[in-house]
Design a binder for this molecule. Structure first.
Ligand code: ADP
Ligand code: MG
Length: 245
């Protein structure tokens, strides 16, 4: 597959392969994501979406290839030094800490000054409308509220790139569509790069600037939603998007 024609990609994945033992999960995969772009990785369960995201985040050591973020080769950088924030499906909040502590914890560890932490939390709380929840524990929050806090934790870190791994799949249909809209508004407001994993076609169609349709560790098609829908490159893509042909 050809690398995208992007001059200064925010994220550039070059010939990335990942094997678990003898099993090849990602195969010489190439992907350039433009600055400020919202890319959705879409594909059926087991196709390698989470694995790819974890490689970008630095949570998995790759078998071959290189990963650049903002022009810097981060292939062997620690996750915390990559300028990324990640939001998982299972909120991964600290249960014993209040929302405010959940938001500030990583910043305190990183030595960010107190006043700066307060400023960032106030901004994130305003953007995500979680101001009234700051003194609560996660156990006193709904699923949707927990996921807002999880997004807030990425937000306060002031990162260049957001990675989302099926952030809405634990929520009911109503909350899912609400939060989908909020994530879209968040992207409009922040205009940062987002890479978003889902197996949900509607999420992909409504959120993405471009969708990367994956199957068996390979990107089958990388295009704008309308192009993928109207001109799928093969029957798999057509079938997965539910488009005619
Ligand atoms: P997706 O997120 O698209 O559902 P994953 O990236 O989680 O898919 O998994 C891709 C493939 O890699 C699957 O076949 C899965 O079984 C396999 N896999 C994932 N993690 C591991 C692991 N730690 N060890 C071995 N195989 C794994
Ligand atoms: Mg997954």
């Amino acid at each position: 597959m050809m690398a995208a024609d992007i001059a200064n990609p925010s994220v550039s994945i070059q010939d990335l392969s990942l094997n678990f033992g003898a099993v090849s999960v990602l195969q010489t995969l190439n992907l350039d994501v433009a600055e400020g772009e919202f890319i959705v990785l879409l594909g059926p369960s087991g196709c390698g979406k989470s694995t790819l995201l974890n490689c970008i985040a630095g949570l998995l050591d790759i078998s071959d290839g290189r990963i650049f973020i903002k022009g810097k080769n981060v292939t062997w950088e620690e996750p915390k030094d990559r300028g990324i924030g990640m939001v998982f499906q299972s909120y991964a909040l600290y249960p014993q800490m209040t929302v405010e502590k959940n938001l500030s914890f990583g910043l305190r560890v990183a030595g960010v000054p107190k006043e700066e932490i307060a400023k960032r939390i106030a901004r994130a709380a305003e953007i995500l409308q979680i101001e009234p929840l700051l003194q609560r524990k996660p156990s006193a929050l709904s699923g949707g509220q927990r996921q807002r806090v999880a997004i807030g934790r990425a937000l306060v870190r002031d990162v260049d790139v957001f990675l989302f791994d099926e952030p809405l799949s634990n929520l009911d249909a109503k909350l899912r569509s609400e939060l989908r809209v909020e994530i879209k508004l968040l992207h409009r407001r922040l205009q940062n790069t987002m890479i978003y994993v889902t197996h949900d076609q509607i999420e992909a169609m409504t959120l993405a600037d471009r969708i990367a349709v994956m199957r068996g560790g390979v990107i089958q098609q990388l295009d704008a939603p309308q192009t993928i829908y109207n001109r799928p490159v093969n029957r798999f893509v057509a079938g997965f998007l539910g488009s005619p042909a």
